[in-house]
Design a binder for this molecule. Sequence first.
Ligand SMILES: *Cc1c(COP(=O)(O)O)cnc(C)c1O
Length: 466
Amino acid sequence: MPSANRDQGTYDTADYQAADGRHHLHPFTDFKSLRSRGTRVITRAQGIYLWDSEGHKMLDAMAGLWCVNLGYGREELAQAAYTQMQALPYYNSFFQTTTQPAIKLAEKLAEVSPESLNHAFFTGSGSESNDTIIRMVRRYWQLLEQPQKTVIISRNNAYHGSTVAATSLGGMRYMHDQNSLAIEDFVHIDQPYWFGEGGGRPVEAFGLAVAQQLESKILELGVNRVAAFIAEPVQGAGGVIIPPASYWPEIQRICDHYGILLIADEVICGFGRLGAWFGSDHFGIRPDLMTIAKGLSSGYLPIGGVLVGDRVAGVLIDQGGEFAHGFTYSGHPTTAAVALKNLEILQREQIIETVAAQTAPYLEAAWGKLGEHPLVGEARSLGLLGAIELVKDKQSRIRFDDKGSAGALCRDICFDNGLVMRAVGDTMVISPPLVITTAEIDELVEKASRCLDKTLAAINDGKLSD
Ligand SMILES: *Cc1c(COP(=O)(O)O)cnc(C)c1O
């Protein structure tokens, strides 16, 4: 049904909100409650700041959804898309054709990624990339005449995307509960979440014990059944969960020992987020396959991919015949041209080096101070990822009874006070653009601190049920 305002061509914020409520179903959203509250309509952005349709300015401490790593308003990226669209807006890579941007992007990815990752398979998103990996891993073992190796071990509270396969692969219970754990042979072990699940054990002993669950699970299932292990170097959507130092070396040892494939989902950690090109570089992980998306194009256009190591690529190429998989937009020339330009800017402006040497240590010190706030049980960061745990009682680290309510309250207060910070339950998380300056970090932390004060005041005023 057309709305009256659309015919006139003029919308004010209320018109947008009404039309949105009538016609638009948002991702990961309670449709009914959003409809009654109305959405915030974002209209423009520059650097690390956003503006909504009412003219409110906000510091985007989430870089969109963990992706706008170069910040907003990069003319060069717009120009790369424009130039490519004029020359060749679209062509595919099926049936023995390809395009120049897809070739150059694959070459650039081989240059910047860890040594053994020399091939790229392109997709349109992180979810599609993980679907691709599932098919690739199973095909690999089939070609090696071990077709019974189908199980992929993942972790509780992991996020690997939202397609049917990626949901099953991930460990988000509330997603599985919506009748979506549809695919068999994905099993989940515990996450290395010391603050939430460490139960007072020493951090490194906890990290080691959780990693060793991988070994127990392999032995329980039988190594002849296990194809691969997948994990994010640092969990993002799960609440910026930074593993203890003991965790990744033990995971690597176990994968090596049993010969199972190691998959690093680098959709968030990739392209500089931790102050290295990849989370795998930071932690010394040697993955056989890598999932990439988000920061690959700084979110300017949708593109994802799988970086394939020599071990898997060798088998697929030499023994595989046709790999019966691909997407219309695999290697899309315009998205590839933008991603390539994005990587060139990362290199030219030495953005990752600046994160490592300057802004990440600066954030760590400033953000860490938030740990002193009475509402905060822990403040942690790594690279330009940060989290704070909201607690009812600081000493005992007891959480609020109505899980997630304090986080939602804090998030709303942040929004109203010009700061975009996301709530994962009662964990507040940040992932600012990699170009954030130290002065902007001061502003971010100062705003966050003021919003924590306001959240505490609101809680003391009885704004939460408990
Ligand atoms: C966002 C994300 C995905 C899914 O990417 P989409 O582009 O939303 O499909 C997969 N893995 C991780 C670690 C992510 O953060």
